[in-house]
Design a protein around this ligand. Structure first.
Ligand SMILES: O=c1ccn([C@@H]2O[C@H](COP(=O)(O)O)[C@@H](O)[C@H]2O)c(=O)[nH]1
Length: 235
């Protein structure tokens, strides 16, 4: 039975084994956060680990960022739904046909349909790095273009930086989920992230969910770090 979750925080379980991920999950509380399984953990531990987290009462965001031909992505999101995940994602740059195929694949899931969202521009990417890939639009315009396409295709939201949340909230409406990694409490190491905001700034800008990894998982007392973020945003 999944817990009712009272917070917008999604803890990124970026680990290389099921044992370490479950040891961290067991220090957390499924009523205080959701958890995210990304490429490292899923590649190492697979669907059984996802089921183990669901069985512990966690709502799981399966962050595999599918990016492939429409038929393959449709089948992948359907397989994710069968795992009982709460949210799954694709890359918006896969295009409208791919995103529509993903939406269509989840149509017969009924109440167990996961939220389907699309990655816009990764939060580790700078404007200069995006331009170097050949994208001529300014970074914010590119985020807006990809988010608008995702919304038009019927997706539930996007992954973006909290720095773009105000713009997307105003362009995409109040129901569109804005899932924002690159969250860094004041004074914490940004690491490889480039477009960051603090938890309270992110919510003020309009984020729906805050993805937080290392500031919680690398802290000496992860549950205390989670609670300190929840305290910051409750103010
Ligand atoms: O644009 C994106 C999309 C996904 N992520 C993922 O979020 C977490 C962030 O972890 P931190 O340790 O808080 O940096 C990580 O799993 C990424 O794969 C992202 O950062 N940006």
């Amino acid at each position: 039975m999944q817990s009712k979750v009272s917070s917008p925080v999604i803890v990124a379980l970026d680990y290389d084994s099921a044992d370490t991920a479950l040891a961290m999950a067991d220090q957390l509380d499924p009523s205080l956060c959701r958890v995210k399984v990304g490429k490292e953990l899923f590649t190492a531990a697979g669907p059984d680990l996802v089921r183990a987290l669901v069985d512990r009462g966690f709502q799981v965001f399966l962050d595999l960022k599918f990016h492939d031909i429409p038929n393959t992505v449709a089948k992948a999101v359907k397989a994710a739904a069968q795992l009982g995940v709460w949210m799954v994602n694709v890359h918006a740059s896969g295009g409208e046909r791919m995103m529509t195929a993903a939406v269509d694949a989840l149509r017969d899931c009924g109440d167990s349909r996961p939220l389907l969202i699309a990655v816009t521009v990764l939060t580790s990417t700078t404007a200069e790095e995006l331009a170097a890939t050949g994208v001529s639009a300014p970074l914010e315009k590119q985020v807006l273009q990809l988010a608008s396409q995702a919304r038009a295709c019927g997706l539930d939201g996007v992954v973006c930086s909290a720095r773009e949340a105000k713009m997307l909230r105003s362009e995409c409406g109040s129901e569109f989920a804005l899932v924002t990694p690159g969250i860094r409490p004041a004074g914490t190491d940004t690491g490889d992230q480039r477009r960051t905001l603090t938890p309270s700034e992110a919510l003020e800008e309009g984020s729906s969910y805050l993805v937080v990894g290392r500031p919680i998982t690398a802290a000496p007392r992860p549950l205390e770090s989670l609670k300190s973020i929840l305290f910051e945003i409750s103010g």
